[in-house]
Design a protein around this ligand. Structure first.
Ligand code: UGA
Length: 444
């Protein structure tokens, strides 16, 4: 099928590449000419396992094309997928200006029937706004007779496993009130719906809301667990034991109950805030969501507070090794990363940071530039040299079994503050290192 994808960001690029891989002809369009040119030269703007090869192969085979030409792009696709960003507006709501400018462009350029699919995470009611915007553009051209459907088809991919999530989705949510549009969407996703039925078809508003409800549920699990972790410390319990104890109940499950430094990334923080805002718009007080957000904001400061207590409030002039900058492993994304909150608090207290991350070094360089109190180190070992403590903010695989001897030798004072509970406290203590983690008693 011929498909057009607007917006070559995370969601758009991964979804386009995966749909091209199964044989669809995809035109990707973006307003960022430099990005389009670099993609045409084979440069992939994000780090995502498996994506580079997928884009390269399908580009070479001509199944995926990158352009800035919106008119050409609109002509190409029977399906027009909107995957542009929905940045957070000043009031916490999702800003729809990019989504609606795409709707306007489709309305201005279309010459035949189209199915317009919203893929970006958009507030309930956005499909109606897309429809109105397109109708207004068609009216200006005197072409109101041109038919179209607006379908909500939210994305559930996770950064770091986005290609795999797209290739093997848990579910494909289709929000539409049109049987014809449903049939076209079924054809588009047929390659991913072979073994068992993954399509869940519903009305448009329910589909839009499903995305927010899913992310807010997951954010709630995390904030709940962080609250339990903080409480466990005060009660002399070990949250890692409690986690196993409750996760074994299938009604609770093991997923998304890892305590830590709070959720970050481009989705959970933004989506929780946006739903709070949406609830306010309809006069509803979302008490639970407010608490989920408040717990998360407080959680990002937990490691810093422990550090401050350990050094009796005196962090000025000290140097700290920081392992992990990305908001989670397998990505270079630092948006709303707990590591940023930690680093910025350290700087404000007059401390210096020697940081290492397997993928996010360029990102950190771009965000913070050159500064005296940040050294970006080439290896995790180099970050340790002479530091007053090691801090861990991201659970990258290669942080899991470090040489504790080397850590003890390299640090000026042997203490680890672990925001991800990577180690067994008894093992770290055996190596003569003090170990402070989340929701467990300090050891060593
Ligand atoms: C999230 C959802 O998991 C996806 O299903 C959704 O499609 C996506 O948002 C989106 O809306 O586009 P993502 O933001 O890539 O995906 O990352 P997650 O793996 O969900 O992690 C989010 C945050 O929660 C990270 O900061 C992670 O460290 C934290 N987390 C996760 C915990 O603190 N504890 C856990 O047990 C799990």
């Amino acid at each position: 099928m011929n498909l057009t994808v607007f917006g070559i960001g995370y969601v758009g690029l991964v979804q386009a590449a995966v749909l091209a891989e199964v044989g669809h002809d995809v035109v990707c369009v973006d307003v960022d000419a430099a990005k389009v040119e670099r993609l045409n030269q084979g440069f992939i703007p994000i780090f995502e396992p498996g994506l580079e090869a997928l884009v390269r192969d399908n580009h070479a085979a001509g199944r995926i094309v990158f352009t800035t030409d919106a008119a050409l792009a609109v002509r190409h696709g029977e399906i027009q997928m909107i995957a542009v960003g929905t940045p957070q507006g000043e009031d916490g709501s999702a800003d729809l200006k990019y989504v609606l400018s795409v709707a306007d462009a489709i309305g201005r350029e279309m010459a035949g029937p189209k199915i317009v699919v919203t893929k970006s995470t958009v507030p309930v009611g956005t499909a109606d706004k897309v429809r109105e915007t397109m109708l207004a553009a068609l009216k200006l051209r005197g072409r109101e007779e041109l038919g179209f459907d607006v379908v909500s088809n939210p994305e559930f991919l996770k950064e770091g496993s986005a290609v795999a999530d797209c290739m093997k989705p848990d579910r494909i949510i289709i929000g539409t009130d049109s049987e014809a549009a449903e049939a076209v969407m079924r054809e588009l996703y047929a390659p991913f719906n072979r073994n068992h039925e993954k399509m869940i078809v519903m009305d448009v508003r329910s589909a839009e809301f499903t995305k927010y409800a899913a992310n807010c549920m997951l954010a709630t699990k995390i904030s709940f667990m962080n609250e339990m972790a903080n409480l466990a410390e005060l009660l002399g319990a070990d949250i890692e034991e409690v986690r196993k104890g409750i996760g074994s109940d299938p009604r609770i499950g093991y997923h998304f109950i890892y305590p830590g430094l709070g959720y970050g990334g481009s989705c959970f923080p933004k989506d929780v805030r946006a739903l709070i805002r949406t609830a306010g718009d309809v006069g509803f007080e979302p008490v639970l969501l407010h608490s989920v957000e408040a717990r998360n904001n407080a959680q990002k400061a937990v490691l810093f507070d422990k550090l401050k207590a350990h050094f009796n409030g005196d962090l000025a002039g000290k140097t700290f090794a920081l392992w992990g900058l990305a908001f989670k492993p397998n990505t270079d994304d630092m948006r709303e990363a707990p590591a940023r909150v930690l680093m910025e608090a350290l700087w404000a207290a007059g401390a210096k940071v020697q940081a290492y991350d397997p993928e996010a070094m360029n990102e950190a360089q771009q965000i913070y530039g050159q500064r005296d109190d940040l050294t970006l180190c080439g290896t995790k070992e180099a970050a340790l040299r002479g530091a007053d403590a090691l801090l861990i903010a991201t659970e990258w695989k290669n942080f899991r079994a470090p040489s504790f001897e080397l850590i003890r030798e390299q640090l000026a004072t042997p203490v680890i503050f672990d925001g991800r509970n990577l180690y067994d406290p008894a093992v770290v203590a055996r190596h003569g290192i003090k170990y402070v983690s989340i929701g467990r008693k300090a050891a060593g």
